[in-house]
Ligand binder design. Structure first.
Ligand SMILES: [Ca+2]
Length: 178
């Protein structure tokens, strides 16, 4: 099994196409298998001290909670300087923002939201044509995708934010982090 097409699934759980082969015959499942692993918990155990593993904790005090650090392949023990995503220069003909997506964060939905007034936020749909995967050069760590959001509709003033939502795997309720 291999991820069916990561380039079209930058912000969600892993999706796999299932096939079975026997005696030269191949059967394919009609629906891909989408699965989530308790990836955050595993990452927290591997990377964070025991008393600072909460998804809404900020282990390095940089204002970015652990869940967002995980989802964007940021170092949760090394304060991030500046914003979590980059924005094109004001003169750019087609403005955009870019952020990193950790494809190992299979139990975290990472979405872009925008607002013109910082009160009402609109989620950019996962399969929006305004979202694209930017090839890294040189090719980087394979667990990292660079995602670009380039809005097709123009607005004189717009705010962006990233939302990370942890998919509940077992008993814990869903937890949000902005
Ligand atoms: Ca942090």
């Amino acid at each position: 099994m291999a991820p069916s097409d990561l380039s079209t699934l930058p912000i969600g759980p892993v999706s796999l196409a299932l096939t079975a082969e026997r005696n030269g015959e191949t059967a394919r499942a009609g629906q891909p298998l989408t699965y989530s692993l308790p990836a955050y918990d595993q990452w927290a155990r591997d990377n964070l001290p025991p008393e600072r593993r909460g998804s809404l904790e900020d282990s390095d005090g940089d204002g970015i909670v652990n869940l967002l650090e995980f989802a964007t392949s940021s170092n949760a023990l090394e304060p991030t300087v500046g914003p979590l995503f980059s924005i094109s220069s004001p003169e750019a003909a087609a403005p955009y923002m870019e952020f990193n997506r950790n494809i190992n964060a299979t139990d975290v939905i990472l979405s872009v939201e925008y607002s013109s007034n910082l009160r009402d936020w609109t989620i950019v749909p996962e399969h929006s044509p305004d979202l694209s995967v930017i090839p890294l050069s040189p090719p980087n760590d394979s667990s990292l995708l660079k995602i670009r959001y380039s809005p097709s509709a123009r607005s004189p003033e717009i705010y962006y934010r990233l939302r990370a939502t942890k998919i509940p795997i077992a008993d814990p309720p869903p937890r949000d982090a902005n």
